[in-house]
Design a binder for this molecule. Structure first.
Ligand code: SAM
Length: 232
């Protein structure tokens, strides 16, 4: 499979996932903090720093709950983009009238390339699905100098398979009870690889934190990655 095929298949799977969620009528709870892992315990919204009055971009916003939270509770001006029309439909259905948020359907990286500068770019489990050599240069260019990039990505999956030691996507599954799993191609990379990629593409790395599930029986781990656009 060529690189060109990985991301389109991800888009197809997320479109089907959103369709299934719309069909079953599942609406996730309103967020009062950003959950960078999957468990409701993580450094929360504070990981972004001060966002009041700032221009913020949410990459892979899904249901839009974190974008709406940042606009409503933190006074941010958020552009929230998702390439899945059905995921975006879920966001519009619940938060389409929220002041301070603009929802956009499209590829986040094409959007960033054409965008006006942001103070903060963040993504909660969105950047795992995009080739980092495509995403990171575009994000750097759309950030103001000293602008922040904060994102969470998968580190160890539910089967206990840890991150890859080379910058290549691998096949994982998106699961929803009662349905066949959907194939996705994810960049599940060792922290040192994310660090090298960020530096190569013009970021200073503030830190990479491993987030573990509070349930000791779960092998799932995530990374919370924080960077700042480097000064030229
Ligand atoms: C795991 S979901 C996370 C959704 C949301 N951030 C959350 O935490 O609830 C990943 C999302 O990223 C979106 N996505 C993947 N690749 C994208 C791209 N190139 N541009 C925009 N969105 C993308 C998917 O459609 C999906 O909705």
């Amino acid at each position: 499979m060529t690189v060109e095929n990985w991301e389109p298949e991800n888009a197809r799977s997320w479109t089907e996932y959103g369709r299934r969620q719309l069909h079953r009528g599942y609406v996730p709870p309103v967020a009062d903090s950003i959950d960078w892992g999957f468990w409701g315990e993580s450094p929360g919204t504070e990981a972004l720093g001060e966002v009041s009055g700032k221009r913020v971009l949410d990459i892979g916003c899904g249901t839009g709950r974190y974008a709406a939270h940042l606009a409503r509770a933190r006074g941010a001006h958020v552009d929230a983009i998702d390439s899945s029309a059905t995921q975006l439909r879920r966001a519009l259905d619940q938060y389409g009238n929220t002041r301070g948020v603009s929802f956009v359907h499209g590829d986040a990286i094409e959007y960033a390339r054409a965008g006006t500068p942001y103070d903060v770019v963040y993504s909660v489990h969105g950047l795992s699905y995009i080739d980092p050599d495509r995403s990171l240069p575009a994000i750097r260019d759309v950030l103001r100098t000293d602008g922040r990039l904060v994102f969470s990505v998968l580190h160890t999956n539910a089967e206990g398979v840890g991150p890859s030691a080379s910058v290549r996507p691998r096949t994982e599954e998106v699961r929803l009870s009662g349905h066949a799993p959907l194939p996705v191609h994810m960049w599940v990379l060792a922290p040192i690889l994310w660090e090298e990629l960020l530096i190569r593409h013009g970021f200073d790395v503030e830190g990479i934190e491993i987030l573990a599930a509070p349930d000791a029986g779960s092998p799932v781990r995530c990374q919370l990655v924080r960077g700042v656009r480097a000064r030229a």
